[in-house]
Write a new protein. Structure first.
Length: 665
């Protein structure tokens, strides 16, 4: 069989189409499932407990546990200092803002998935084309014969060119199936040169959308937040241990000499002891650093059982505290008298509330494994409402039940000489359980956060042309991660102050500035990319307008979808309330690839007056035969369930626009 130059060019294009076809089958399935793990629960390589259950209720519970943490223990004192009414207004507003920025992160995650998918698709196609074209020379006749046999087999309707499960990638491009982290949890020192897409783009959202300056500012903000987080842990655990171990109490009348009865750092820890409370606190900081610091030099994982243990411990402690304070208030034993509003307490209250609603940096690990994400925004909204109610309940009961709650709320349940009433509980086991609660839970989280900080420091300073030496990689970065938090812990034991500072600055950057910047830049990237600009991102934030106007008042979207079978065609085309243009195409059809983007661009300008349906004739032979599709591409317009007009082959943009306008009107 002799082939002229035109035939060889045509076969070359056909090979490229086969590569696309292969991508949509094998590579697509790999990409779509890469973010999902088998089993009900599993542990990620960063130590987080994740799940793959189809029911979103599991995600609901995990998000609740993720948000409610250390910050909640500082809220009662912040509420009492700022006043009950002012605190209520502030926490409601900040909860709403936090939910809004969570939706920004979810939208950006979907866009990042689409971007990664396109990059992988392009790299895969290019590598396959290069491989096939390199060996095409003497085998061109065999390839042509193979193609003829394949076409004949398709015409005989015995075997479609694509398997039925190999659907077009366009419907699922924005699906969140690949985990694209805000922060680096597992550091990748190098990657193989033959990988389709470098890990530094696979794992980090900032590099996908920010320029170099933006990336530096992003990591600076993230590192400062992690430093603050570690400093809070390094203070809370030793302070709790110090207050449990030290037994010295001033003697006097609590109702008269409360100011004199308050323990200070200069007071002895025990009777007739030379060690004061400050000395014992610093000793506990040193013990904490020696016990947990070495974990920063290694890679560790939380186990499922440890995560479950900390979850049960946390909620048991919270429930005990709420029940005890409600009982005291019900018996008219409340000692707190917060004002209505004290504006001097706003700065610290702001930082505490921001810190307490922080979850944005962990959303990729939480959301990606969920299989059914159709109710994702509803799940997050309900979570935030319940967390808001929980925070308000715990903070108000604590603010009114105690004369002055401790900055670590659990320490308020130890006997207080300033409390003129009986201790809130006489059960020593409850007193010590609550006082030691931060020790158990925070100590298990400190190594994970320190390793996360270490890895982000490595990523921030990593240069491919200057790899780190063993000394820098294994010694310097771990020391840099834990040195500053320990120094801060030695300098102060004010947990509420550290929470306020961390939340007000680095926390506000992560929770408000970074999500807003990411969603803004990602939306611009989508508009600039014709391959995805016309597609519908079902994870678009409800707060889409610049002034966060609700999506119901925003512009109507252009809808593009793929037809799966005859039933789907009946539902989405024949029964559609709006006109539908159906693009009959095939993956091996070169002109179809040229017409498709132009058709999408023209229809996208019609502001939702018409939809676009795509029918792959190899997968839907019956539909193609029913509507007498003999050549490709074929475009048919449907309105009110009836076939209105039709054109075949490539057309000029003006002709396509006229075709669409006639269908609409």
């Amino acid at each position: 069989m002799s082939l002229d130059k035109t035939d060889r060019v045509w076969i070359s294009d056909w090979i490229g189409n086969l590569v696309h076809s292969d991508l949509q089958g094998n590579q697509l399935k790999k990409i779509q499932t890469s973010g999902r793990l088998e089993g009900y629960h599993t542990v990620t390589q960063d130590g987080d407990l994740i799940y793959t259950d189809k029911d979103v209720k599991v995600g609901f519970v995990y998000l609740f546990n993720l948000i409610v943490g250390t910050g909640a223990l500082t809220m009662p004192l912040a509420f009492q200092n700022a006043g009950w009414m002012l605190s209520l207004v502030v926490i409601v507003l900040l909860a709403g803002f936090s939910y809004m920025t969570v939706t920004f992160v979810l939208e950006t995650m979907a866009t990042a998935n689409a971007t990664l998918f396109l990059h992988k698709k392009e790299d895969f196609v290019y590598s396959r084309q290069q491989s096939i074209h390199a060996n095409i020379g003497d085998s061109i006749d065999a390839i042509a014969n193979a193609h003829s046999a394949t076409v004949q087999e398709a015409l005989d309707e015995k075997s479609p060119l694509l398997k039925s499960e190999e659907r077009d990638y366009r419907d699922d491009m924005f699906d969140i199936t690949e985990r694209v982290e805000l922060i680096v949890r597992v550091y990748i020192k190098f990657f193989k040169s033959n990988e389709l897409f470098p890990p530094f783009l696979q794992g980090k959202m900032a590099e996908l959308f920010f320029n170099k300056v933006g990336v530096v500012l992003f990591y600076l903000c993230m590192v400062l937040y992690l430093y603050g987080d570690l400093a809070i842990y390094a203070v809370a655990v030793p302070k709790s241990l110090r207050d449990v171990l030290c037994t010295f109490k001033h003697s006097g009348n609590g109702s008269v000499d409360c100011e004199n009865l308050t323990l200070r750092n200069s007071d002895p820890c025990w009777e007739s002891s030379r060690l004061d409370r400050a000395d014992v606190y610093r000793i506990m900081v040193a013990v904490f650093a020696v016990a947990l610091g070495p974990f920063t030099f290694f890679n560790i994982q939380k186990t499922k059982y440890l995560q479950l243990f900390t979850t049960v411990t946390r909620w048991l402690a919270f429930m005990i505290m709420i029940v005890l304070t409600i009982i005291r208030l019900a018996n008219n034993g409340g000692q707190g008298h917060p004002t209505v509003a004290n504006f001097e307490g706003i700065p610290n209250l702001f930082g505490v509330c921001v810190y307490s609603f922080m979850c944005h940096h962990s959303l990729p690990s939480l959301v990606t494994p969920i299989k059914n994400k159709s109710k994702l925004f509803i799940m997050v909204f309900v979570d935030f409402v319940l967390i808001l109610l929980f925070y308000a309940l715990m903070s108000f009961t604590g603010a009114f039940a105690f004369h002055q709650p401790k900055d670590i709320y659990t320490l308020s349940f130890l006997p207080d000489p300033c409390d003129v009433k009986q201790p809130i509980t006489n059960l020593a086991v409850l007193q010590y359980y609550l006082a030691l609660f931060p020790v158990f839970t925070l100590s298990t989280s400190f190594p994970i956060i320190s390793i996360t900080l270490r890895n982000n420091l490595k990523t921030m300073f990593y240069r491919e042309e200057r790899p780190f030496s063993w000394w820098v990689d294994r010694i310097v970065f771990p020391l840099a991660a834990i040195f500053l938090p320990i120094i801060i812990a030695l300098a102060t034991d004010e947990v509420e102050f550290l929470v306020g500072i961390t939340g007000s600055y680095a926390g506000a950057g992560i929770q408000y500035v970074i999500p807003a910047a990411l969603v803004l830049v990602s939306r611009r990237a989508v508009k600039a990319d014709p391959s995805i600009s016309s597609l519908n991102n079902r994870f678009t934030s409800p707060f889409k307008h610049t002034f966060w106007r609700h999506v119901a008042t925003a512009e109507k979207k252009f809808e593009c979808f793929n037809i799966q079978d005859a039933k789907d065609f009946q539902t989405r085309v024949i029964e559609s309330p709006v006109p539908v243009i159906v693009d009959f195409h095939a993956t091996w059809c070169g002109p179809c690839k040229l017409l498709g983007p132009r058709l999408e661009a023209i229809i996208s300008n019609k502001e939702g007056q018409v939809s676009l349906a795509k029918v792959d004739v190899d997968e839907n032979v019956e539909i193609a035969m029913e509507y007498l599709v003999e050549s490709l591409p074929t475009v048919i317009g449907f309105k009110n369930g009836r076939k209105i007009n039709k054109f075949i082959g490539l057309q000029e943009d003006d002709a396509i626009d006229s075709f669409v306008e006639k269908l609409i009107h």
